[in-house]
Write a protein that binds this ligand. Structure first.
Ligand SMILES: [Ca+2]
Length: 505
């Protein structure tokens, strides 16, 4: 097991830094023939579920353009965020660091300007870089950020229609139209302006499919014929900790307002499932436009002769619960909340044929991967690992476990503090109170090999107590390896029924 090879945190950092093969492009640039560095197009979706793609087996959603990337590239089947929340996860993607190190532990904290990121590393080796769309680190800041030559974003969440964008710090201006189409137009324009002399990297922050869900008018009725029920797991909470039952009637529970799809709440009646159905249909509708967006951009790259030399990435920032265990939203460590989709098409990495990767990949792995593929200097002392060797030869030393953390939010009092460990087979979730004393919520233990839907909590099973002790130790070791010697977190003030402030929903 990789982690056990490195006893001390300092040594572990060394393993990350030196254990990887050198980038082939970097070597090429030192030779007589200078190969062109690859362009990078990274489309980041907001709150997209891991299975909300045709290529991941969704029963209703058709995403032919993203599926094509998977059929010609690499589909990572087990990808996770280390904190299931927009801003912390986005900061981890940029920096390769866990939230406790980059410091963005909630949705209201600025990403520090001094923090290293992969776009900054790429700029240093001559890349032109752009960010277009939802950035959302710093709730009310739409000004340009380090690492990007061209920067277009908006304050807060933005709107599905007629969002006010700030282009390169020139001030906010409403751009009429549907968000997904508008950012695709802007992305096309920027790519078309590139001369082809310099490599470029563009990140597109799609708003979709984040709540509140408003599909493009042509897709408003795309799923009207699809019947949707609460998942089976919503009705068997007997072995779950009490806080999950307390969440049922709240902003993040299935009997609550469902991001405004239900006007009178809580509603536990059978008929109220129609509100849930309407919500899920709209969520799916927004994703159809995202697939169109990817189709347009891939077409443009092909027309420019740049497709084969561009790393095209589609991924999510965090997962989303859609009724599982009676919950909506994210933040928890249950599978739908932490799993995200990740597809990469780059013949220079995969050889041009379809590949499937089953190992556990994390958001923090993106930055080191892109630095390596671009032939840029690695970011120092980060927590993620480059995926290049894993894709090439399966990397027998790849991680077999990792830890997850989330801090209780006063503004969203529907999830406790979470500290957990996920191995290839087991998941242990603990809910520390935040005062250093014993946990006050029951934990959760799942055998993912035999119970992938997390229906049977084994935390109280006498025969599992030794395993729980072992996994608890492993959790501490993993945290120590990322620099957490003393874990600090807010006090858990409990699950509350109040709605979040309207300005931050
Ligand atoms: Ca998100």
């Amino acid at each position: 097991m990789f982690w056990k090879f490195c006893v001390l945190p300092a040594m572990l950092v060394g393993c990350f830094a030196v254990g990887l093969p050198g980038g082939s492009n970097a070597q090429e640039t030192q030779g007589a023939k200078v190969e062109k560095r690859p362009n990078i197009l990274l489309m980041l979706c907001d709150d997209i579920r891991f299975n909300a793609l045709g290529c991941m087996g969704h029963p209703h959603l058709k995403t032919p353009n993203i599926d094509r990337l998977a059929s010609e590239g690499v589909l990572f089947e087990n990808v996770f965020c280390t904190t299931s929340l927009c801003s912390p996860s986005r900061a981890s993607i940029l920096s390769g660091l866990y939230a406790h190190t980059h410091g963005v532990t909630n949705n209201f904290t600025e990403f520090p300007d001094s923090m290293g990121t992969f776009p900054i590393q790429l700029q240093k080796v001559g890349y032109e870089t752009a960010y277009i769309g939802k950035y959302h680190m710093g709730e009310n800041n739409d000004e340009p950020r380090p690492g990007f030559d061209h920067f277009v974003t908006h304050k807060g969440q933005g709107q599905y229609f007629d969002t006010e964008f700030n282009v390169d710090g020139q001030g906010g201006k409403v751009v009429p139209g549907y968000y997904t189409t508008v950012v695709t137009d802007m992305a096309e324009e920027w790519i078309q302006d590139r001369s082809g002399d310099k490599p470029w990297m563009m990140m597109i922050g799609q708003k979709a499919p984040h709540s509140f869900y408003f599909p493009e008018p042509k897709y408003e009725h795309a799923f009207d014929d699809v019947e949707i029920d609460y998942p089976h797991s919503a009705f068997d909470l007997s072995d779950k900790p009490e806080w999950i039952r307390q969440r049922l009637n709240t902003w993040h529970g299935i009997y609550g307002p469902l991001f405004d799809w239900r006007k009178d709440f809580p509603d536990t009646s059978a008929a109220a499932v129609l509100d849930f159905q309407a919500m899920v249909r709209a969520y799916m509708g927004t994703i159809l436009s995202v697939d169109d967006s990817m189709g347009r951009l891939v077409q443009l790259l092909a027309e420019r002769g740049e497709l084969e030399n561009t790393i095209v990435i589609f991924m999510g920032d965090n997962g989303l619960l859609e009724g599982e265990h009676g919950m909506v939203d994210k933040r928890t460590m249950h599978e739908p909340s932490i799993r995200i989709p990740l597809v990469m098409r780059y013949p220079g990495m995969s050889g041009g044929s379809a590949k499937r990767v089953k190992q556990q990949v994390l958001t923090v792995d993106i930055a080191p991967t892109l630095c390596e593929l671009a032939g840029a200097e690695p970011l120092p002392k980060i927590h993620g690992r480059s995926l290049v060797q894993l894709v090439a030869d399966k990397d027998p030393a790849w991680r077999t476990s990792w830890f997850y953390h989330y801090n209780y939010e006063k503004q969203f009092p529907y999830t406790p503090n979470v500290r957990g460990v996920r191995t290839d087979r087991w998941k242990l979730i603990r809910y520390p109170h935040g005062d250093g004393q014993a946990d006050r919520h029951m934990g959760e233990l799942y055998d993912l090999a035999n119970d992938p839907d997390e229906l049977h909590n084994l935390f109280g099973a006498p025969e599992q107590q030794e395993r729980i002790a072992e996994l608890s130790n492993e959790l501490l070791e993993l945290m120590a390896a990322t620099g957490i010697s003393e874990d600090t977190m807010p006090l858990d003030e409990g699950i509350k029924g109040e709605l979040p402030d309207a300005s931050i929903r």
